[in-house]
Design a protein around this ligand. Sequence first.
Ligand SMILES: C[S@@+](CC[C@H](N)C(=O)[O-])C[C@H]1O[C@@H](n2cnc3c(N)ncnc32)[C@H](O)[C@@H]1O
Length: 305
Amino acid sequence: MIAKSQWIDLALLRAFEAEGTDAHRLCTIDNGWAERFGRDILISFRTTAARDGLAHELSDWGKSVEFPIGRVFARFLPKKNEERETPKLLFGNEGENLQTNATEHHLKFGIDFGAGYSVGLFVDQRENRRFVRQTKPKRLLNCFAYTCSFSVAAASVGAQTVNVDLSKRSLERGRQNFGLNSLSTEGHQFVADDVRSVLHRLARRGKNFDMIILDPPTFSRTKRGEAFHVESDFEELIISALELVDGGARVLVSTNCETLNEQALERMARYCLKLSRRAGSLHRQPPPVDFPSGSGASTIWLTLH
Ligand SMILES: C[S@@+](CC[C@H](N)C(=O)[O-])C[C@H]1O[C@@H](n2cnc3c(N)ncnc32)[C@H](O)[C@@H]1O
């Protein structure tokens, strides 16, 4: 049994409900965490003791805050990408549709517990998506767009977006997320290609954006076999992105890679600015209230001068 952990309290649960958010972290421990998507729960674990401990505590937490738990899914957090698995149902109705919706600040996002390791929304980016809506960009380039959650946030405040991801299927889910929010995809682009090639192509065509999202995975490989390692390739990506922005534009530099904390991202961003002979300032959004310090993605916003 693991020690009793810190679960979000009733006041925070109510605050999320009041702001129209039902996708968020419930509890974080050393070897895992629990997140909520609507009434369904996803437990992510490194050890079976962590999984069982979180499942046990979840049931107590649900009773204490009178939360009507739907299904409980669990997924193992492997060290290697190849060992990633689709979440497994721990409790609940096997016959229920694995596809459901969750909301964040009243925006809807499709969740699919059967589509693979990730279910469709990274809740640790909530504050960054909020920042996107607050700053109302006009032209957003969403690199590594996945299900286009940043673009939905931007489109909801009037932006035109270009979404780039290797996965056609994820981009299709992105289009569906636009539809869920009654946003037309007309004028938005969905490009299934390597971000690096697209950045060069956009620069050759003289394209320009007032916001760029760079939130790459730790490692990936294209169909042509080209590898991307965030630790060694992020700087090149930032430098390419800087060719597409003028003064006043903002670039999100973000990663889940455990070896790159915010200080490391800050050093990278400053180095890239220097190399590109550009000036800019850096800031961080307040960390999400449901994430203990040091958990969740490391992120830095770069504002060009
Ligand atoms: C960490 S997720 C991005 C999450 C996204 N920013 C969000 O907040 O929802 C990584 C995504 O990058 C895509 N990807 C990985 N390597 C890529 C590459 N070289 N070019 C384009 N997309 C890539 C994957 O298909 C996946 O959808």
